[in-house]
Design a protein around this ligand. Structure first.
Ligand code: DX5
Ligand code: ZN
Length: 221
C-alpha cells in the first residue's frame, strides 16, 4: 500500500498561500479545508480562493468541503478542475447522485464521515467513491487531538474496501502527527492529512517526508 501525505493549508499563512504551497511541493496533494460557518462553527475560504490555489499549486488539490447543502455546492468545486472533491455524508441529501456528478465533472469523488457517523450505511456505495475520509477529530479546527475512538471504524472501512474490490482510498484527517500516524496506518488508512504537524514546524517539506516514512513502515507491518 502506498501512503500519501496531504498537508492542510488550514495551518498555513493565509496571506502568503502561494509561498506556503511552494513549501510542500514534496507532498502528494494539498488539502484545502472549505468551511461555511453552518456545517461547522468556523469559516475559511470558498470558490474564488480555491480557483486561485488551483492555478498556482505545484501539487494536486484535495478539497474537503465542510459545508451545508453539499449537493448544490460540491459540483461547482469539481468544475474548477481540481483533482479531488470530498463532501460530508451528513451534508448531502443524495450522496450517490452527488458522487457520480463529481466524477462526471472530472474530479475524484470523496465522502467524509464525522467521528460519530457510522460507515456501515454507506458500504454499498463504496464503488461510487474514490476516497472515504474518516474524520479523526470533530471537523472545524486544526490543532485538535487525534480521537482513538475512530480507529475501529478505520479498520472496518479497510476491511470493507478490501472485500469490495473497489479502489477506494481511506483518508484520515485531524490530529495526525509523528505520534499518531502509525496508529492510523496500522488501522488501514492510506491518505493522511496533516495541518499543524506540517505547517507548525520549521521545515514542512521534511515533515512530509518523515510522516510518509512512518506511515509506509507502519502499513507494511
Ligand atoms: C479540521 C480540518 C483538518 C485540519 C487538520 O476540521 O478538516 O483538515 O486542518 O489539522 P490538524 O492536522 O492540525 O489536526
Ligand atoms: Zn480537512
Amino acid at each position: 500500500m502506498t501512503c500519501s501525505i496531504h498537508p492542510s493549508i488550514l495551518s498555513a499563512d493565509f496571506v502568503n498561500l502561494e509561498a506556503e504551497l511552494a513549501r510542500i511541493s514534496t507532498a502528494d496533494a494539498v488539502h484545502v479545508d472549505v468551511m461555511d460557518n453552518h456545517f461547522v462553527p468556523n469559516l475559511t475560504l470558498g470558490l474564488p480562493v480555491v480557483q486561485r490555489l488551483q492555478a498556482v499549486s505545484p501539487v494536486p488539490l484535495d478539497a474537503h468541503l465542510m459545508i451545508a447543502d453539499a449537493d448544490r455546492w460540491a459540483p461547482l468545486y469539481a468544475d474548477l478542475g481540481i483533482a479531488s472533491v470530498t463532501f460530508h455524508a451528513e451534508a448531502a441529501t443524495a450522496p450517490i447522485k452527488l458522487a457520480r456528478e463529481l466524477r462526471a465533472r472530472g474530479s475524484k469523488a470523496g465522502m467524509a464521515l464525522r467521528p460519530a457517523t457510522a460507515v456501515e450505511p454507506y458500504l454499498d456505495m463504496l464503488a461510487e467513491l474514490d476516497m472515504l475520509l474518516v474524520m479523526t477529530v470533530e471537523p472545524g479546527f486544526g490543532g485538535q487531538s487525534f480521537l482513538d475512538v475512530t480507529l475501529p471504524k478505520i479498520r472496518r472501512a479497510r476491511a470493507a474496501v478490501d472485500g469490495s474490490g473497489a479502489k477506494v482510498a481511506i483518508q484520515v484527517d485531524g490530529g495526525i502527527s509523528e505520534a499518531t500516524i502509525e496508529r492510523a496506518a496500522e488501522a488501514g488508512a492510506d491518505v493522511f492529512v496533516a495541518g499543524s504537524a506540517v505547517y507548525g514546524v520549521d521545515d514542512p517539506g521534511a515533515a512530509v517526508e518523515k510522516l510518509r516514512g512512518l506511515a509506509q513502515a507502519a502499513a507494511r507491518r
